[in-house]
Design a protein around this ligand. Structure first.
Ligand code: F1P
Length: 345
């Protein structure tokens, strides 16, 4: 799915987003981006904020569609509103987009379902081409949304000249091999299954991450809730000491997502803290970060990629973790209780 998102937009060593009908001048004049979505798509937006801000230096605000639509957001003609929705039918997301359009703001939809309501009404549409999502909980829809946002960030960075050619080329090369790296990590999925079987009686799980890893933590936590019915929370790791640490006790599972080399020391000290209170620590980290074994009880290594792209690597094992816990408990992973494929009311 990720390959199908990236492939049509990389041509002759350049990213070409034909679907974005904005002139170079208009793109240069954008002074604020709002990303608006619900559920997993919102988490893709949190990841997208880091990527787009880093590459284009445009301030990005990420908002839940159910909040954005009622909060009278400050919008003008130099804002861009990016709407993310796998189905393209989520009621709050559609309403948020209509709200933005009322202010005369340009809207760009990142959507999977061709011809859906959001796709039809947006000014521009970036299809993710992930194919049909059969299961209720979004999985490949999410990873392909990340890929679309990486493309967009690089495109904006190149157009606005905030991303140098020197940085752009290795990023583009990496982007093209990301799908192979994702396939490679699937080779060790039995390790995740082993861990999931061991944690079948799981009651509370905490996911911690910093920077982009925080976005991955949010999505990993949602997947576990949605399909395995396990209570889980995601925190930006620095927030731990502001309350949640009170909930850590002997045997609590804490999942640390540790892909940002510049922040290794910081997150490791958070993991040491929870371990000293009896938590069992699972770390998802880059393949060369073997030093983590001093802290974590179990490590899942993912192929190394550029720091801005690690969301794609770290999400997959955690989606699988939620999947294997659900399977071990005998749940229907495709049709979780109380959930609808798209929330249309
Ligand atoms: C948003 C979403 C999904 C979630 C569930 C309910 O859908 O929250 O992320 O997995 O299916 O809807 P969408 O707007 O991306 O279609």
């Amino acid at each position: 799915a990720v390959r199908d998102t990236i492939h049509p937009r990389v041509k002759d060593g350049k990213i070409v987003i034909d679907e974005l009908h904005m002139s170079e001048e208009q793109l240069k004049e954008i002074h604020r981006i709002y990303i608006v979505a619900c559920g997993s798509a919102y988490h893709a937006g949190v990841s997208g904020k880091y990527v787009i801000e880093q590459l284009s230096r445009i301030p990005v605000e990420v908002d839940l569609a159910s909040e954005f639509r009622y909060r009278n957001p400050i919008l003008d003609e130099h804002c861009l509103v990016i709407i993310i929705s796998q189905s393209g039918e989520t009621a709050d997301t559609l309403a948020a987009m209509r709200e933005a359009k009322k202010h005369g703001v340009r809207t760009l939809a990142v959507v999977n379902v061709v011809g859906s309501s959001i796709a039809r009404e947006a000014d521009d549409v970036l299809y993710t081409w992930a194919g049909p999502e059969i299961a209720v909980a979004t999985t490949k829809g999410y990873t392909s949304q990340l890929a679309a946002l990486y493309l967009l960030g690089m495109y904006l960075g190149q157009t606005r000249r905030t991303l140098s050619q020197e940085d752009y080329e290795p990023m583009l090369n990496e982007l093209e091999i990301l799908p192979d790296k994702m396939e490679k990590l699937l080779e060790s999925k039995e390790d995740i299954q082993y861990l999931a079987n061991r944690y079948i009686g799981l009651k509370n799980v905490f996911f911690l991450g910093r920077g982009i890893d925080y976005a991955t933590a949010l999505e990993a936590s949602l997947k576990l809730k949605e399909i395995s019915y396990v209570h889980s929370e995601a925190y930006a790791a620095g927030e731990l000491k502001h309350g949640p640490i009170a909930l850590i006790e002997k045997g609590t599972l804490v999942v640390g997502i540790v892909t940002q080399e510049a922040l290794y020391g910081k997150i490791v000290s958070n993991l040491v803290e929870v371990k000293s209170r009896g938590a069992f620590v699972l770390a998802v980290t880059n393949e060369d970060n073997t030093a983590i074994e001093k802290t974590a009880d179990f490590v899942f290594y993912v192929p190394k990629t550029l720091p801005l792209f690690t969301g794609l690597m770290a999400t997959v094992p955690l989606q699988l973790f939620a999947y294997y816990v659900a399977v071990a408990k005998g749940y229907d992973v495709d049709q979780p209780r109380n959930l609808a494929k798209s929330v249309t009311v």
